[in-house]
Design a protein around this ligand. Structure first.
Ligand code: ZN
Length: 404
């Protein structure tokens, strides 16, 4: 069977048997030393993969495979290192994945000591952890954790142990949770969202969510700490900013999914904007994180989630459809305007959110009708015996693995 997937296809609420999620729990501080030691062994192994991979590339003009790296490291676990093959194998796999992702001949070295030290990272394969009474058994160590999830209840998959900028250690592990009871998808209370900088979001129902200035609010404190050379304080403030932002986005996205049966977001390109003059505000707003959260929470709750083109959503009057709104650089300052054609008074961002919602609903409608055509087309192709490769999706698994 081939998979017919159109480029702008809305995400249909999925109802799989289970959901894969990443749990993140804090590991008690008393294990920091043991974990530091394991992380050094991981760095050693990573750098070994890096060096070997480059050598083989130069000598044989080919990229070494993960299975080969794993064979080379087969004896390493007997060398008295604090981690064993379950970790080494995962490091080799991650190395090969990242090398392909970044299309590099060689990746960055992992540094174990000094001021440019890499944050600790210890990946592991599925079934290399066991949970027992509030503790995790891992590589011969019993690690105490602050278990707020009830980890004894779920099957623990692959993941990693990672360190944050403050030196705290966390266990990130994938788990399979039972699917939520199926509920028929409805289009009740559909909402359009215009993502912005001054306001994080304007909703089509007129509400506005003020941008939380996570960064700017703490900027003076950060600058003071930087000038004074207090590195620990700088790290603590950065972690605080990240936590605050994430908490807020979690609350906001959960509320949206609870209140609406269909959510449409503009496809604003955060990556492109993050290189422009508003870079700090763009990163501050956390659009990408918000969209990711909305996507998976919508899937869980059987809510429709769509991304749609943002072009001309500001200029177009959401009441009559004429392009009478503000445009160009001068137009950026205009917050309120009245349509010259129909006279309707608009708030700039709420009007954009309304246009986004309209477009999303139209897209959904077209999708429903083209789904029938696509089905017929798919049948014809399959009957002709043609082979086509299905597009590879990426599941939520990748979300929990931190970037190096
Ligand atoms: Zn109008």
């Amino acid at each position: 069977m081939i998979e017919t997937r159109l480029s702008n296809e809305p995400r249909k609420p999925a109802r799989p048997k289970h959901r894969v999620r990443v749990l993140r729990v804090r590991i008690k501080n008393k294990h920091a030393e043991a974990l530091d030691e394991m992380a050094r062994a991981v760095n050693l192994c990573w750098n070994y993969c890096n060096e070997l991979s480059l050598k083989i590339l130069e000598r044989e003009q080919r990229f070494v495979k993960a299975s080969e790296l794993q064979r080379y490291m087969a004896g390493a676990s007997k060398e008295g290192l604090p981690v064993g093959s379950a970790v080494f194998q995962q490091v080799a796999e991650e190395f090969v994945t990242r090398r392909a992702q970044h299309r590099k001949r060689r990746l960055a070295w992992r540094v174990s000591r000094g001021s440019r030290r890499s944050l600790g990272w210890i990946p592991f394969k599925a079934r290399s952890l066991t949970y027992r009474a509030g503790q995790i058994q891992f590589q011969g160590q019993m690690l105490g954790i602050w278990d707020s999830w009830g980890m004894g209840e779920v099957e623990l998959g692959a993941g990693c142990i990672s360190q944050d900028a403050r030196g705290r250690w966390y266990l990130n592990v994938t788990v399979k949770l039972p699917a939520l009871p199926a509920k028929p998808p409805t289009l009740s209370a559909p909402v359009g969202i215009d993502l912005g900088l001054k306001d994080l979001a304007a909703l089509s129902d007129g509400r506005k969510i003020e941008a939380q200035r996570f960064y700017r609010d703490l900027e003076p404190a950060l600058a003071t700490a930087q000038r004074a050379g207090k590195r620990a304080r700088v790290r603590a403030i950065h972690a605080k900013i990240a936590n605050r932002r994430k908490d807020f986005l979690h609350q906001f996205s959960s509320q949206l999914v609870r209140e609406h049966g269909c959510i449409v977001v503009g496809d604003v390109n955060a990556q492109a904007l993050a290189q422009g003059p508003h870079a700090k505000s763009v990163l501050d707003a956390g659009w990408s994180t918000l969209r990711t959260m909305l996507k998976y929470k919508s899937d869980d709750a059987a809510v429709w989630f769509l991304e749609t083109s943002e072009s001309h959503t500001t200029r177009t009057c959401s009441h009559c459809g004429e392009r009478t709104g503000p445009s160009g650089v001068e137009g950026l300052a205009v917050r309120r305007w009245a349509c010259a054609h129909c006279g309707w008074a608009h708030d700039r961002d709420v009007n954009a959110a309304r246009n986004i919602l309209k477009r999303g609903l139209l897209q959904l409608e077209q999708q429903f009708s083209s789904a029938l055509e696509a089905k017929a087309c798919e049948r014809a192709v399959n009957e002709a015996g043609a082979k086509a490769s299905a597009g590879a999706g990426h599941g939520p698994l990748a979300a929990g693995i931190p970037r190096l």
